[in-house]
Write a protein that binds this ligand. Structure first.
Ligand code: 5AD
Ligand code: SF4
Length: 471
């Protein structure tokens, strides 16, 4: 592997910020308003990264647009988890040849996980000539410097070398101002699940210092955040690399003690590291949402072993049982991969059986996607795409039925929900329950951004419906 973990010094970050000011003076000369478009694919971590990209761009004087013909700078923040996302990115980036032809001088940057894979960076180098700048997730902290080099026009800029990963504090951030906010607590992953590309592109696990996490949480709360999602590929291993007396439960307790009326949730938790101490902490911290995303991936022990997940179905079910003892009303969600190489019909049915036992409130289901360089890519994969699709459809049917049953059980209840935005049609408000379920609400728009009481009147597979009772 390439370079090792590195903490980016405050001076190095300050230099990037100073460069933003110099670029601002240049870009906004003669009253010009430069425009940027940031397009984000993939997970919440990427959304959080894009908030930093926008933060930098704002400091450089950019305003934002959704129109690619109008943008002076286009940044595409990519995902590598499945092939489908990569194909969408390549299709959309390819189409930018037309916009560039109409807007000479436009800069196209492609960043994020997809381009951290050497074969993808090569592909862009050779076949996507309209791209001026390529940089991986580890280089985000020096985006101003890279953008300046690309704008100088002396050649294309590539910065996506292998790296275990950086931790940079004090990057600017531009949020949409809503009541929901992301807060990264750690980066990278050490688990090397056999199907997953993340450890190769996001590097080794590294935690932010607790004081930095707490300071950012205070800023978010001062800025109006009321529902904070702590982010990390595996938050349960938070702190292991810091050598401090602080684990994820400890961090949760400290965040819970911050003043204010807000909720804390987090993702993702790896089942092998989800402990009784975590469940106990969630139960005793009143600001911790009663929601846990606990990806099981498969219900067959052989498949779980081949996936290198570090638990078996019985062990997973025991944890769920323990969690429900601590928090009986926990909302449980999960990720499942269908059609892992060599998965048999019987093994797929083990997954269905596990799902029927756990009865998840919602599931994110995926058909296995082969990722170059991962161990699973070399495993024999004889099952046809059509068969995998049939399994996927069966799983989805099961999941939809259970979600609808779970949502039906809310009817008649009055719950505290956070109204996080406008809705549409008969339901002018969109809200979330403590467990993170979407509620389409009737009520006044003045409630946006507030916690309110809502009576649930109906539910379907995807959402609840109700009315505000106290606002
Ligand atoms: N194919 C399909 N799904 C995948 N995931 C990760 N890698 C792959 C892959 N190669 C899914 C897992 C993970 C979620 C974020 O994406 O279920 O939990
Ligand atoms: Fe990928 Fe497994 Fe790490 Fe999650 S825990 S990012 S699935 S390797």
């Amino acid at each position: 592997m390439g370079r090792e973990r590195e903490e980016i010094s405050p001076q190095a970050v300050a230099e990037q910020l100073a460069l933003c000011e110099r670029l601002r003076a240049r870009l906004t000369a003669e009253g010009r308003q430069p425009l940027a478009l940031v397009d984000t694919y993939g997970c919440q971590q990427n959304e959080a990264d894009s908030e930093h990209l926008r933060g930098f761009l704002k400091q450089m004087g950019f305003a934002f647009t959704q129109d690619e013909f109008e943008a002076d700078v286009i940044v595409v923040n990519t995902c590598a988890v499945r092939e489908h996302a990569e194909q969408r990115v390549l299709g959309n980036v390819g189409a930018l040849t037309h916009t560039k032809a109409k807007k000479p001088g436009q800069i196209v940057a492609v960043c994020g996980c997809m381009v951290q894979q050497p074969h993808m960076a090569d592909k862009i180098r050779k076949s996507y000539r309209m791209v001026d700048l390529v940089f991986g997730p580890h280089e985000l902290w020096r985006f101003p410097e890279l953008l300046e080099r690309a704008m100088e026009g002396r050649g294309r800029v590539f910065a996506a070398d292998p790296f275990d990963g950086a931790v940079a504090e004090g990057l600017p951030v531009s949020r949409d101002g809503g009541v929901r906010a992301w807060l990264s607590v750690m980066y990278g992953c050490n688990n090397f699940c056999s199907y997953c590309v993340v450890p190769y592109v996001r590097g080794r696990e590294r935690s932010r210092r607790p004081e930095d996490v707490l300071a950012e949480a205070r800023r978010l709360l001062a800025d109006g955040a009321k529902d904070i999602t702590l982010l990390g590929q595996n938050v349960n291993s938070y702190g292991r690399d810091l050598g401090l007396n602080m684990d994820f439960s400890g961090l949760l307790r400290e965040l819970n003690a911050l003043p204010g009326d807000f909720r804390l949730r987090f993702m993702t938790s790896h089942p092998k590291d989800a402990t009784e101490r975590l469940f106990e902490t969630m139960a005793s911290c009143e600001k911790c949402a009663h929601h846990l995303h606990l990806p099981v991936q498969a219900g067959s022990d052989r498949v779980l072993r081949a996936m290198n997940r570090g638990y078996d179905a019985a062990g997973y079910l025991e944890k769920v049982e323990l969690l429900r003892k601590y928090i009986p009303d926990i909302v449980l969600t999960t990720d499942i991969i269908v059609g892992f190489p060599g998965e048999t019909e019987e093994e797929f049915e083990d997954t269905l059986r596990l799902v029927e036992k756990v009865r998840y409130d919602a599931m994110f289901t995926f058909i296995y996607s082969k990722r170059e360089g991962t161990p699973a890519a070399k495993m024999p994969d004889p099952v046809s795409r059509e068969e995998k699709q049939r399994r996927f459809d069966r799983l989805l049917e099961t999941s939809n039925r259970i979600s609808a049953e779970k949502h039906a059980a809310y009817v008649g209840q009055t719950l505290r929900v956070l109204v996080d935005g406008p809705g549409s049609g008969d339901y002018p408000l969109a809200a979330r329950t403590d467990g993170g379920r979407l509620v389409h609400l009737r009520g006044s728009e003045e409630n946006i951004g507030r916690f309110v009481k809502a009576r649930i009147t109906s539910g379907n597979t995807w959402a609840l419906f109700g009315e505000v009772t106290d606002g």
